[in-house]
Structures are given as structure tokens and as C-alpha cells.
Design a protein around this ligand. Structure first.
Ligand code: S3P
Length: 191
């Protein structure tokens, strides 16, 4: 899978971190991107669950969102120092200024941007997202888009999440990464 890649993508020295809304497809695209780059894939929420010994929904329920955010900050800061990998973060992670700083210091960040209709249709499939259980899903997502999109825009790169085969999105992402790392030291640091 990796033989067609330009050398700078075969020698990445920083992890690639996917940020964006719930339902944008971070896990789906991240898994495929990692496979194409020959890197491990890590899902931050899964690691938080492993560290806490219970599900994200249970952490919200038992300890509240602010405790979840503390754990999320800690776990992501740790994961960023792991050997180069692709990391999918939960939708709220990049909203935390300390996490944004860690990501900007240690990784190449990619915002997977999706419009409201796509997010509404994609988040209907999984009932495990505590923030979407508290009212009308479309209204909640609309509000979160308003708050979060300006912050996600601080990511190094942005790629549109579209209604297309995931491999096509991954190919577009690889093109963008290739250009970005081509103008840089191979680790996202523009010289
Ligand atoms: C959240 C997104 C979720 C999970 C938690 C909070 C958010 O992850 O971290 O439910 O604040 O947007 P996904 O983006 O993977 O669904």
C-alpha cells in the first residue's frame, strides 16, 4: 500500500491528528489513512475508555463532562508522544486550548470538515454520544458547528468530508498532506 507514496510521507516524524465534529468520519478516514501510510491508528476515545475502565457515555454519566475533558487532555498529551501514528480525536478535544497547543507542538493537525446535513445523517447511527442525547440532534449539532468550526479552522490542514467512498476522501487527504509536507521539513515544520 505504501509503495506509491512520496518519500516525505514515508518518513513522517510527527503524528497526524484528525479533528472535527462527531460524525465527520475521523475514525473511518483515520483508519484508512493509517493503513495507506503504513502507520498505527489510535482512537483517542478508545484510549480514554481503556484508561478509565468504562465507556465515554459512562464517564459523562458518572463523573460529568469536565472530568471527561480532563482525562481527554491527559490521554491525548500522552498519545502525541507515541511513535508516529494517525490519531482520531473526539469532537470536543481540539476545543481545549491546552490540547490545541500540544497538538500544534507535536503533530500535523487535519480538520475533517462536514456540513450539518451530513453530520445529522451520520450521527443517527450510533446512540453512544452523550452530547447528542440532550435534545434535538440537528439543533445541537448546528450550535456546536457555530462554536467549534472557527476553532477547528486553526488546524494545519482542512479536508472536506463528503458523501463519497472513504478511500476517495483519503486520497484527497494524502494529496493535501503531500503538498504540506513537501513545503516543509517532512514533519510539518515549514522551513
Ligand atoms: C464528543 C465527541 C465524541 C466523544 C464525546 C464528546 C464531542 O467523540 O469524545 O462523546 O464533544 O464532540 P466523536 O467525535 O468521535 O464522536
Amino acid at each position: 500500500m505504501t509503495q506509491d507514496l512520496p518519500p516525505q510521507l514515508l518518513q513522517l516524524s510527527k503524528p497526524i491528528v484528525l479533528v472535527g465534529m462527531m460524525g465527520a468520519g475521523k475514525t473511518c478516514i483515520g483508519t484508512r489513512l493509517a493503513a495507506k501510510l503504513g502507520l498505527p491508528f489510535i482512537d483517542a476515545d478508545t484510549e480514554i475508555e481503556r484508561a478509565a475502565g468504562c465507556s465515554v457515555a459512562d464517564i459523562f454519566e458518572l463523573y460529568g463532562e469536565s472530568e471527561f475533558r480532563k482525562g481527554e487532555r491527559r490521554v491525548i498529551a500522552r498519545l502525541l508522544k507515541d511513535p508516529v501514528h494517525v490519531l482520531a480525536t473526539g469532537g470536543g478535544a481540539f476545543m481545549d486550548s491546552a490540547t490545541r497547543k500540544e497538538v500544534s507542538d507535536w503533530a500535523i493537525s487535519v480538520w475533517l470538515r462536514a456540513d450539518l446535513n451530513l453530520l445529522v445523517s451520520r450521527t443517527g447511527r450510533r446512540a453512544a454520544r452523550p452530547l447528542l442525547q440532550k435534545g434535538n440532534r440537528r439543533e445541537i449539532l448546528e450550535q456546536l458547528i457555530e462554536e467549534r468550526h472557527p476553532i477547528y479552522a486553526e488546524a494545519d490542514l482542512v479536508i472536506e468530508s463528503a458523501r463519497e467512498l472513504p478511500d476517495l476522501t483519503v486520497d484527497r487527504l494524502i494529496d493535501v498532506l503531500e503538498k504540506f509536507t513537501g513545503q516543509s521539513a517532512g514533519d510539518g515544520t515549514v522551513q
